[in-house]
Design a binder for this molecule. Structure first.
Ligand code: SF4
Length: 491
């Protein structure tokens, strides 16, 4: 019998359930295995990526030396994580960047929405960011009447198709060029069918170019953050990341708290490992180093810049000595490309933001082990993932531990993974729901924000987790101008 992907859609987002619910994993796996086109498409894509990587790491001893450097940088950075995050916040503050801390996806989306309201923006243009996928930014903003358009070509294709990325580096890798051609012809006005790759890219670029000009807010991810210099490093090949971070008046970057390193010297070895492991490139076309909003006499850059640091279960992994190495991940995707299971079923079957071997470890931290308990079984434990991982994460060992935990025979002293969503306090979840409802009513919202500001002295001065010692979110324009360093002006 030929299986089909699960029917039905998520009530909140309209996205088909098989893309958003890991409980469908087993069923989806069978459906994916039955899909000959999907298997052929993935097999050739994975062969291509494996060969590209192998060409750069043909010398095993050389790779091991580089990997040892990458692993030690990531381990050192994590060992100093709280200090580095505080140093980063200070440096960014000196450069005029407002740093926001979000424990949950709801909090991160609330910050985005509040910034959109403050700037009267009904549109954002977004570069590639898996953390924005993690918080379902596009859907949450759409619910509140804010359009969030993807500008990375792969992400744009996936968004146009109403799907989710199937790979963290190449989001539309599951689609053939003929499927993309049909998608463009059916969804973009006045677009004739063509399956010429260059023409398809040109069509996408034409559509997106106008959007950069019109959007008030640009959104980006971050590959590395440098605490010592207060810099955000963004790696990309298309140039859309640079456009998102420089053309709109406001730039909002979002990333996970684990992406910080101490010094700029630490970025370069990680960058080399990332590009070679991900796409088999020595360097990418663009390497953006962002150090604050536009300064006096500068011609380019946003007038205002924000960084949202998301926890979403990372603290839980950090506190567990066994799972802390998960946070070493630099999101290169090599473990996926070399996994015999992922290469056969693709990324959509997992029903999570992060698929493949590392996704099967990250997802239980984000969502809890109950809905994700089948994911750690999606491995033959052949060890290919840990062989290629450029930062030495012991993936098979962690998968085994999660299998034990899912069977409730975790080692003594190990707390079962609750997941960010499940661990969240009910009252807090309700409060964020109420906030989202309010933010959808701009007049009422503005009136209440005005009253709230007058009563600010009564507000709690601390939040939980990583924000324990920090003041509440600083969103008001007044707060922003107070933090501007000398020489930085705001129009
Ligand atoms: S676990 Fe390792 S191989 Fe997999 S994405 Fe992360 S860094 Fe890359």
């Amino acid at each position: 019998m030929k299986h089909k992907l699960s029917a039905g859609a998520d009530a909140a987002t309209g996205v088909p359930l098989h893309f958003v619910d890991p409980r469908h994993f087993k069923h989806n796996t069978q459906a994916a295995v039955d899909d000959g086109d999907l298997r052929r498409s993935f097999r050739s894509a994975m062969d291509f990526l494996q060969n590209r990587r192998a060409a750069h790491f043909s010398d095993r001893a050389g790779f091991e030396r580089l990997r040892a450097v990458g692993e030690s940088i990531r381990q050192y950075s994590l060992s100093r994580l709280p200090d580095l995050l505080e140093q980063l916040e200070r440096r960014l503050g000196e450069r005029g960047v407002l740093v926001h801390w979000a424990d949950t996806p709801e909090q991160a989306n609330a910050i985005f929405l509040e910034l959109a309201r403050l700037h009267g923006a009904d549109r954002m243009i977004k570069g590639k960011s898996m953390v924005s996928e993690e918080i379902e930014l596009n859907h949450r903003m759409a619910e509140q009447g804010v359009d969030c358009l993807e500008s990375d070509m792969g992400e744009y294709i996936v968004q146009l198709a109403g799907e989710r990325p199937s790979h963290i580096i190449m989001p539309a890798i599951h689609k053939t060029r003929q499927q993309i051609a049909e998608l463009f012809a059916s969804r973009l006005p006045d677009t004739p069918y063509t399956d010429d790759v260059d023409e398809l890219i040109a069509i996408g670029r034409r559509v997106l170019r106008d959007q950069f000009r019109d959007a008030k807010i640009g959104v980006s991810g971050v590959n590395f953050m440098v605490a010592e210099t207060g810099s955000l490093v963004l790696v990309e090949n298309e140039g859309n990341g640079r456009m998102c971070t420089t053309v709109p008046d406001v730039h909002i970057a979002i990333t996970g708290i684990e992406k910080v390193v101490e010094k700029f010297e630490h970025v370069l070895p990680l960058y080399g490992l990332l590009t070679r492991s991900a796409t088999g490139q020595s360097i990418t076309t663009y390497l953006n180093v962002i150090s604050g909003p536009r300064r006096e006499r500068e011609l380019d850059g946003p007038q205002e810049m924000h960084l949202i640091l998301l926890d979403n279960g990372r603290s839980q992994a950090y506190q567990d000595a066994d799972f802390r190495p998960t946070l070493q991940c630099i999101r290169c995707g090599a473990c996926m490309n070399h996994c015999p299971v992922y290469a056969r079923i693709g990324g959509l079957a997992y029903g999570t933001t992060y698929p493949g071997p590392i996704g099967s470890i990250i997802s239980p931290h984000l969502l809890g082990l109950e809905p994700t308990q089948d994911l750690p079984t999606a491995s033959s434990l052949c060890g290919a993932c840990s062989e290629v991982c450029p930062v030495g994460i012991p993936i098979p060992d962690l998968l085994m531990q999660l299998r034990h935990a899912a069977r409730h025979d975790a080692a003594p002293g190990h707390v079962p993974l609750a997941g960010q969503g499940q661990a969240r306090d009910r009252k807090e979840a309700l409060a964020w729901k109420a906030w989202a409802w309010l933010a959808g009513r701009p007049k009422l919202y503005r009136a209440l924000v005005g009253i709230g500001r007058r009563l600010r002295s009564l507000a709690p001065r601390q939040q939980g987790g990583w924000t324990e010692h920090r003041s509440p979110l600083r969103l008001a324009r007044k707060g922003l101008s107070e933090r501007l360093p000398p020489g930085v002006t705001r129009s």
